[in-house]
Write a protein that binds this ligand. Sequence first.
Ligand SMILES: [Zn+2]
Length: 305
Amino acid sequence: MKTLLLLLSIFSFCFSFDFKLKPIKLAKNSYYFYGKEEYFSVKNGGDISNTAFIITKNSVILIDTGSSYEYAEQVKKKIKQITNKPIKYVINTHHHPDHFLGNNAFSNSEIFSTEFTKNEIAQNGDLYIANLNNLVQGAMNGTKIKVPNEILKSNELNLDGYKLKLFYLDGHTKSDLVIYDENTKILYAADLVFNKRTLATPHANIPDWIKSLEKLKKINYKILVPGHGKIDRTKNAINEDIAYLHYLDNTLKNSARHGFDIFEILARPIPKEFKSFTMFKEEFERSIINLYPKYEKRRMKNYQE
Ligand SMILES: [Zn+2]
């Protein structure tokens, strides 16, 4: 038995997980890798979020690095099949593990993020790796924390003459970076937008998130690349996410007012308008469990005052 286990562990170490990545063309020199609309698992290897890249005159700009070193290595290989230009620039949109844990595949790149995101990665990165080692296992081999080495502050980023507009927003986390490429009119909305994939809210502030989405709606983009789900050429994904956040907020407020328990909230039928969302049950449950105690506490406080 021991020998078998040893052989199995050697086997899983020698043969890396095949993510079967396919770059999807969005515009001239702009592509994205579509992540599965699932939660982290051994089967998907942690490939659950979108990653994008832009090929400029002399280099490649990569937006987010996925959830592991191996994923990022395979992203690099796929990009190399399209261009020989180096991936000189990497941008981390926020501090969730499915968006930055591939950073250590880019030892020679400039890695950009906001100061908040950088600090979160430095402080909690190892916890994220430990958690994903459990959930994803073998595909995490070789993943180490690499903290961003460039802090973003300005509203415009000029990378070898290629200009990108930056929006410093929040709501999904305390710092959500959105990138707008005026050359192609592509909006990289990060996890502020999920397209027909139920929003994940572990660090959410719902009112701030709605405000950020209202701002994004005003941008005259042609294509929106969400953090999760397929691209959107309309404003539908933003509108649906705003509607979902209002629904979540109202459900939590009304349930606290009526003194419902978590099970009563979760027993409700899925509203018609969200039936087309993937992962509704899992994410709604996660959101209620995480957010409801805060709403209950607020309700109690209001009573006492
Ligand atoms: Zn996220």
